[in-house]
Design a binder for this molecule. Structure first.
Ligand code: FAD
Length: 405
């Protein structure tokens, strides 16, 4: 039996996607030595590695690249930081003790601070309770893109796309790249989830009919997918196809937090944080899509830079963690809000959330029944809600509400 390695590091970053790599680069630029990034895949870069369409890099590099190019730029920009690939963090313990399983064996890392940047995962068929047989040709967008861009495969020619979030359009772009012609985009709701004119783009630019108020009840086929049964307005329709791409319905990849000792917000599905990006154990911070599903990479990179600033401050000062935290609660049509706690008292703090349904009205922040910020909004479930508050006004408060009414 080999001895387990035990090492000390000032900072461990879990996940080498846009969030983890941006935080690593920022910490290097701030002069923090000895940062270790741990990545379970054989290569660093995160989700963009397999997303070969353009649309990456504008906000953080001022250029528009394809996903794999963006991933390589992120890795290059973090040069000098140690990145351990093929290594999975398997457990988080109180105070920054982290278990890692790597090709050279198990290892325990004692970190003064750790950043959780493990991203999201897409709901597969098993999580969607779709009946029928188990033929080959059923996948998610992420797996589809990996097959096309990394494996140069064409897994099917006439799939249906289930879902109509932004990521569903990423699946359409990937299909076009591979010469695949989807036969339908199927959405349960009364209109597509992505911004308008997404339905026009699907129909006219890609030639793919969009079926709303419809859901897949059964997948048919013995070896391969042959058709799906779709229910719409009480009627069932059989659509011939040779594949099914389940898109969207993301959840944060927060297993480490959930299985460990960190508080997970049931509304976001990610670790709850304060406005300095700290989790319920002050040794741990979190940034990127693990906080909530799903933001674009530019937004994620900006979050990671701010989290890195907080980590650098925490390493060099006795900055208080969680003392007299003001709890932030969603209200009205707000589905969630983060940060879930505010510890700053002088700074301007941004609160972010989402609505649980389309809603025109006001976004208000209230403390003890007093409105401290408000603005008019047209909220939709896929649209980010953001509002700034002056944390100076929170002295003596125990809780504040983020209300969409
Ligand atoms: C299909 C699709 C298309 C998209 N298109 C665009 C686009 O065009 N433009 C854009 O800006 N954004 C796009 N996005 C959003 C973009 O992918 C995310 O904003 C970005 O990847 C989030 O970065 P992240 O670092 O938080 O997570 P990720 O990129 O998911 O990286 C997380 C990393 O953590 C690693 N990890 C997880 N658990 C562990 C563990 N236990 N141990 C070690 N490592 C671990 C993972 O392997 C992964 O590398 C798209 C998203 C999807 C799903």
């Amino acid at each position: 039996m080999t001895d387990k390695a035990i090492i000390d590091r000032p900072v461990v970053i879990i996940g080498a996607g846009p969030a983890g790599l941006t935080a690593a680069r920022r910490l290097r630029d701030l002069g923090t030595q000895g940062v270790l990034v741990v990545e379970r895949n054989p290569e660093a870069g995160g989700l963009p590695r397999f997303c070969g369409h353009p649309g990456w890099g504008l906000l953080d590099f001022g250029r528009v690249w394809r996903g794999p190019v963006y991933a390589r730029k992120l890795v290059a920009a973090a040069s000098g930081v140690e990145i351990l690939t093929d290594a999975t963090v398997t457990a988080l313990h109180p105070g920054g003790r982290i278990e890692v399983s790597s090709r050279s064996g198990p290892m325990t890392v004692h970190a003064h601070a750790a950043l959780i940047a493990t991203g999201i995962r897409e709901a597969p068929r098993s999580a969607r309770l779709v009946g029928g047989s188990r033929p080959w040709g059923v996948t998610t967008t992420g797996a589809f893109q990996e097959m096309v861009y990394a494996g140069s495969l064409r897994p099917f020619r006439r799939p249906v796309i289930v879902g109509s979030e932004l990521v569903s359009f990423s699946a359409l772009l990937t299909a076009r790249h591979a010469g695949i012609r989807p036969v339908a985009m199927i959405e349960e709701g009364p209109r597509i989830v992505a911004y308008r004119p997404g339905d026009w783009i699907a129909r006219w630019a890609f030639g793919v009919p969009v079926m709303t108020n419809a859901h897949v009840v059964e997948i048919c086929g013995t070896d391969r997918v042959e058709a799906v049964l779709v229910e719409r307005a009480g009627h069932r329709e059989r659509i011939a196809c040779d594949g099914v791409i389940f898109t969207g319905q993301f959840t944060p990849e927060a297993t480490l937090a959930r299985l460990g000792h960190l508080h997970v917000d049931p509304r976001t599905g990610g670790p709850s944080i304060d406005d300095r990006w700290r989790c319920s154990d002050p040794a741990y911070f979190a940034a990127g899509n693990v906080l909530r599903p799903v933001e674009h990479s530019g937004f994620v990179a900006a979050e990671a830079r701010r989290a890195a600033d907080s980590i650098a401050t925490a390493l060099t000062s006795q900055d208080a963690s969680g003392d007299a935290a003001v709890a932030v609660m969603p209200g009205g049509a707000a589905r969630y809000v983060y940060p879930q706690r505010i510890v700053s008292r002088e700074a301007r703090v941004m609160l972010y959330g989402r609505a649980d349904r389309e809603h025109r009205g006001h976004l208000r922040v209230a403390v003890d029944g007093r409105i401290i910020a408000e603005r008019r909004v047209h909220a939709r479930p896929e649209r980010r809600l953001a509002i700034a508050i002056d944390a100076g006004g929170l002295r003596g408060a125990a809780a504040l509400s983020f209300i969409l009414d």
